[in-house]
Design a protein around this ligand. Structure first.
Ligand code: MG
Length: 344
């Protein structure tokens, strides 16, 4: 026994107000309820966050119930935390946002005990963090254009589009900026033939990559699109865990890895390694999360080719500070653990 005392786990919900109504191909929201986790041990605290998403059958209630089931399995002895992380998946399948919250908090606590920033514990070089894009949600074109102007300090934009208005939207965005664009269709693209025309046109206007054009299950349309165009196509909704990779690798060039989707830093790292082994590129992405969740992902981002870590910037009432962004560069705090501060 190398540690002192017991581990204590608490969780609570947090109501987040969004700066703008957030609209993607699936729907709109103006607020979001996440769940925060705080682990205490030997005078140190580790913070974690769950950003549940209905797309993956979770909400704050399922997260709270899952945390109540998972937390009693954590051991008081810090030497057992590594194996506790491995066991989360066995104890409770699915519920990945809930597991992400515990996984992040344990990592924070372990790195604080070691007295090193989390990225150092993960073996990640913070200088290699990719620049992050800033997301422009769907809206009236004039509003999207003003969001683009507001986001002038971000060198890359990620534009959310739907089936009906994708071309008009992107023409309108192009009218106000020359910056490289990532395009995210959130499974909402039109049928195959129009999709091919649209994607070909996108390459001609400086779109760098296209994320999840078709429904996750429609790998056949995605493969057809990839074979028809010269634009990297990334999986988001189609890849939740490593089990989804073999099928997805046939249809996608890369994968958007999110801590909330895969269940935390450890499974996300495994997914990144597995995607690399298949020759796929990697984006590290996020949900609408406070600086706890976003900073955790930023510590992992040096292992990715692309970063889309702006979820905290879309929130008007983030109580925490951690990673910051300067000219699109992710600046990690350099403090032990996540390096996040703020009132619990
Ligand atoms: Mg996406």
């Amino acid at each position: 026994m190398t540690g002192h005392g017991q581990i204590n786990a608490e969780h609570k919900t947090i109501d987040l107000s969004l700066r703008h109504t957030w609209t993607i191909a699936r729907g709109s929201s103006t607020k979001k309820t996440n769940v925060l986790v705080r682990l205490s041990h030997g005078g140190l605290v580790g913070l974690g966050e769950a950003a549940p998403n209905a797309r993956y059958a979770e909400d704050w209630r399922t997260v709270g119930a899952a945390l109540d089931r998972l937390a009693p399995h954590l051991h008081d002895d810090p030497d057992r935390w590594e194996s506790d992380l491995d066991r989360l998946e066995e104890i409770l399948p699915a519920n990945r946002a809930a597991k992400a919250a515990l996984d992040i908090a344990i990592h924070d606590l372990m790195a604080r005990r070691a007295g090193v920033p989390l990225c150092a514990m993960l073996g990640a070089d913070p200088e290699k963090a990719p620049r992050t894009s800033f997301s422009i949600g769907m809206d009236d074109l004039a509003v999207m254009q003003s969001k683009v102007r507001e986001a002038s300090e971000f060198p890359i934009l990620k534009v959310k589009v739907g089936a009906e208005n994708a071309r008009e939207t992107l023409e309108g965005i192009r009218a106000v900026t020359d910056r490289p664009l990532y395009v995210d269709a959130n499974e909402g693209f039109p049928e195959r033939r129009r999709a091919v025309e649209l994607a070909r046109w996108m390459t001609s206007i400086g779109v760098v990559l296209l994320e999840q054009p078709f429904p996750a299950a429609d790998l056949e349309s995605t493969r057809h699109l990839r074979d028809s165009v010269d634009l990297p196509i990334l999986a988001d909704e189609a890849v939740v865990t490593v089990e989804d990779l073999p099928g997805a690798a046939e249809a996608f060039d890369g994968v958007n890895v999110k801590l909330q989707k895969s269940g935390g830093l450890r499974p996300a790292r495994r997914l990144i390694d597995a995607a690399r082994a298949r020759g796929m590129s990697v984006m590290i992405g996020c949900m609408i999360e406070t600086s706890i969740g976003i900073t955790a992902a930023a510590h992992l981002s040096p292992f990715a080719d692309y970063a889309d870590l702006d979820g905290n910037l879309l929130i008007a009432n983030d109580p925490f500070t951690g990673v910051t962004v300067s000219d699109g560069r992710l600046i990690l705090p350099g403090l032990p653990g996540l390096g996040v501060s703020g009132a619990w």
